[in-house]
Design a protein around this ligand. Structure first.
Ligand code: PXP
Length: 252
């Protein structure tokens, strides 16, 4: 079974920093600490409204971290220019609405197929690994493969919301969609990642899906860090993921 990587998303370190407009807390410092504690990579989302991560943060992250940087971005010309200048290890294409609090759903890879195609091609040509942040559906998986993206990140938000609301039937239904989608990735030649809304418990469970090789987690880690520190939080998350992976394949 493949190893499971943890990508730590540092967006919300920048959210706290921006609340006061100064330099602290520094997302680059958080990234370095997370790596020291066991993170396999760092994720950051440069939103069009720059509400958390700023352009300078992305440059500094690229220069400072010795591990892969996963640049989350909307498929726009200006973001493409920035990504091609920064040349991160990976770019994750996400949908973006200014009014949303967070990335609410997956990318419309079916409806947006023609518009997305040149972005996947340009980034790929630059040697950047492209990932599509999608809902766990076979249509979205197939369209991502047809776009030539090597990676998909399955949106775990709907499942995590159902768990948080203790809506067991919905949680089971959503987890079933994740399980089926993850199983389909191999046949389509896609590397499978997952993320959004994960905490220790949900990360442990989803780590049991053997096709998933990377989880990207942010908000929960930054929140927990207030109570136990970022290094400890990353270590506990790593342990939860390892525990889930060790039991992979056992029915829930
Ligand atoms: N993956 C993607 C593509 C995202 O957009 C986000 C949120 O920025 C995450 C993972 C992390 O989600 P969360 O902050 O809820 O852990």
């Amino acid at each position: 079974m493949s190893a499971l990587r943890l990508g730590v998303n540092v967006d919300h370190v920048a959210t706290v920093r921006n609340a006061r407009g100064g330099a602290a807390p520094d997302p680059v410092r958080a990234a370095l600490l997370a790596i020291e504690a066991g993170a396999d990579g760092i994720t950051a989302h440069l939103r069009e409204d720059r509400r958390h991560i700023h352009d300078e943060d992305m440059k500094r992250l690229r220069a400072a971290i010795g591990k892969p940087l996963n640049f989350e971005m909307a498929a726009t010309e200006s973001m493409l220019d920035i990504a091609l200048r920064i040349r991160p290890h990976a770019c994750c294409l996400v949908p973006e609405k200014r009014t949303e609090r967070t990335t609410e759903g997956g990318l419309d890879v079916v409806g947006g197929f023609r518009a997305l195609k040149p972005f996947v091609a340009e980034l790929g040509k630059a040697g950047i690994r492209v990932s599509m942040f999608i809902e766990p559906s076979s249509e979205a998986l197939k369209a991502s493969a047809d776009l030539g993206a090597p990676v998909v990140e399955l949106h775990t938000g709907a499942w995590c919301d159902a768990l948080a609301h203790r809506d067991r039937p919905k949680a089971d239904y959503e987890f079933g969609r994740l399980r089926v989608a993850a199983a389909q990735t191999a046949g389509l030649g896609l590397e499978c990642h997952a993320g959004h809304g994960l905490d220790y418990d949900s990360a442990r469970i989803v780590s049991g899906l053997p096709q998933i090789v990377e989880l990207n987690i942010g908000h929960f880690l930054v929140g927990e860090a207030i109570f136990v520190g970022l290094a400890e939080t990353v270590k506990r998350m790593r342990a939860a993921m390892d525990e889930g992976r060790a039991g992979a394949g056992t029915p829930r």
